[in-house]
Design a protein around this ligand. Structure first.
Ligand code: TXA
Ligand code: MG
Length: 344
């Protein structure tokens, strides 16, 4: 398949591009589009055949459900059984980096939800994503636009690397602002469970919901055995081809540890600019500055992809403190590291 790549920086000025992309979705094709979190691989969420194409393009098992993207929070009425808590969360965080799981209506085919009787709904804030969903006049099913098992894409370069030839169109909207996937929260009645931490933090959720249960998966526990609340949690995720090891240590201890290791092994290190200048030398990949969690989040998946290219024996990164946005970072890193942590 030939993939058309178009750049859109202003969806109003470039409405012709948006209309073209929307027409592809309308006829059952696939379009990769930017969102504020990561790029999404979109198709018509009402069409079982489009869902099949999404699973094939990603190489994803079809029991792992897709998020349905909507233009406005109230559109949820058409696809799900909403409740008071949904609207409280929607008022606080939509459009934005949150996904809410609700009992589904039969307007969404089971192929989209991996056979589950619930549906994950997300109303993104990225202007191009919103323009595309509105122009398509359809809900858009979209997982992250990476090949299954690779880091989620946060730039058109990542998307083209993974999806060229597998989709009809890629919309290049520059770098993703947040860089980590949305916070996922599941609602059973008004009971809320956090399944995947993201830029909408646990504390922010607590300001809106009376109580929020933290799932083991959200805390980064190993969920490969047993029946997870979210099917996606059981698959190996964001796995670089060299093993990643997290180091639980202060910055100076971390720097010393890397200096020692470098004597015996070809290692890559994902670290802050401060640590990089202390270390110097090869195999150093920059993430955000010390304590600059938004930049660390924005850089994480690019850093994992860069680390991969170095063909190191092992990649080291420091374990983030699992609080606030740090919990989202920790959740991605601990799974990329297959739960390997060295405490110094
Ligand atoms: O930020 C995001 O959420 C991005 C952008 C494109 O919107 N999307 C994304 O989708 O990260 P994906 O498919 O890579 O991750 C969605 C996760 C998967 O782990 C899936 O198992 C889970 O959400 N999920 C989807 N529907 C679910 C449901 N009904 N019940 C439980 N988990 C669900
Ligand atoms: Mg994904």
């Amino acid at each position: 398949m030939k993939t058309e790549v178009i750049k859109i920086h202003d969806p109003i000025e470039q409405s012709a591009g948006i209309e073209k992309a929307a027409a592809i979705i309308g006829r059952g094709g696939l379009v990769v589009f930017p969102t504020e979190t990561v790029y999404g691989l979109g198709g018509n969420a009402r069409d079982p055949a489009a869902a099949g194409k999404i699973y094939a393009a990603k190489g994803r098992p079809s029991d792992n459900p897709l998020i349905v993207h909507i233009a406005n929070p109230a559109d949820a009425e058409e696809y799900a059984e909403t409740n008071e808590c949904y609207y409280k969360l929607a008022d606080a965080f939509m459009p934005g980096p949150i996904t809410i799981i609700l009992p589904k209506k039969n307007t969404i085919p089971p192929e989209v939800t991996g056979g589950l009787d619930t549906v994950a709904l997300r109303c993104p804030s990225h202007p191009t994503a919103r323009a595309l969903i509105s122009a398509a006049r359809l809900p858009i099913a979209a997982p992250s636009a990476n090949i299954s098992g690779r880091p989620s894409p946060t730039s058109a370069e990542h998307v083209i690397h993974d999806m060229d030839g597998r989709v009809d169109m890629i919309i290049d909207g520059g770098e993703s602002e947040i860089g980590l996937e949305s916070t996922i929260i599941s609602l059973r009645g008004n009971e809320a469970t956090l399944l995947r931490p993201g830029a909408v933090t646990y504390d922010a959720l607590l300001c809106v919901c009376e109580s929020v249960t933290l799932s083991g998966a959200a805390l980064g526990e190993d969920c490969r055995e047993g029946k997870p609340l979210s099917p996606g949690m059981k698959y190996r995720h964001y796995a670089p081809s060299s093993p990643l090891v997290l180091i639980d240590a202060s910055s100076p201890l971390f720097v010393d540890f890397i200096r020692q290791r470098r004597k015996n092994e070809k290692c890559a290190v994902i670290c802050s600019p401060e640590e990089a200048s202390a270390l110097g030398g090869e195999g150093v990949i920059l993430t955000g500055g010390e304590g600059d969690l938004p930049n660390q989040a924005r850089r994480l998946f690019t850093a994992l992809r860069e680390a991969d290219k170095l063909c190191a024996e092992v990649i080291y990164a420091r374990k983030p403190e699992p609080h606030g946005l740090g919990l989202a970072l920790y959740n991605r890193l601990i799974r990329a590291a297959s739960h390997t942590v060295i405490k110094l």
